[in-house]
Ligand binder design. Structure first.
Ligand SMILES: [Zn+2]
Length: 171
């Protein structure tokens, strides 16, 4: 029963769509930066509906991906996929109106996830620059103080980004 449902769910979805929906971005050559470890170059790719990361060895299918990414059990991952992709395989079938609303929500969430991933990358870059300059400042390059402080403020601003991200995703 449990595996029947899993088969229905994985049969209804494509791994790449699922991964993109949850914020993973693939480059032109079909590689993505692995969401399970921090890396500079994309080393995760998909083959036969399974992802594999050549950096950390992460490997699996659609359900493994969701379990791993959200720390869910097998059953919870099925429920999440069923609901996020409006498959209607668990419980009652949603009405037409509900399906429309879910599709809309999905569109917004996808945009949001993308923006969030982009912003996160910018944030990490700024953090790196900041730590380099800060080290130089600590080593006596006093003239860098103003720049380091400006970067401090900029990094603080990022914590207030969440609300604005939603606004962007909605338009
Ligand atoms: Zn990895």
């Amino acid at each position: 029963m449990r595996t029947d449902l899993a088969r229905q769910i994985t049969g209804a979805l494509k791994l790449r769509d699922v991964m993109e929906f949850y914020g993973v971005k693939f480059n032109g050559r079909g590689f993505a930066k692995c969401p399970f470890h921090t890396e500079k170059t994309a080393s995760l790719s998909i083959k036969n509906e399974h992802y594999k990361c050549f950096g950390c060895g992460a490997y699996g299918g659609i359900i493994d991906f969701v379990m791993e990414l959200y720390g869910l059990s097998f059953q919870q991952a099925l429920v999440k996929l069923d609901s996020d992709f409006s498959l209607g395989l668990i419980g009652r079938k949603p009405t037409y109106r509900e399906r429309q609303q879910m599709a809309e929500n999905r569109r917004i969430e996808r945009a949001y996830n993308q923006i969030k991933a982009d912003r996160h990358k910018e944030y990490l870059t700024l953090c790196k620059i900041h730590s380099v300059l800060f080290r130089r400042l600590c080593n006596g390059e006093e003239w860098l103080r103003e720049t380091v402080e400006k970067l401090d403020d900029l990094l603080d601003d990022f914590s207030g980004e969440e609300a604005r991200l939603w606004e962007t995703a909605m338009t």
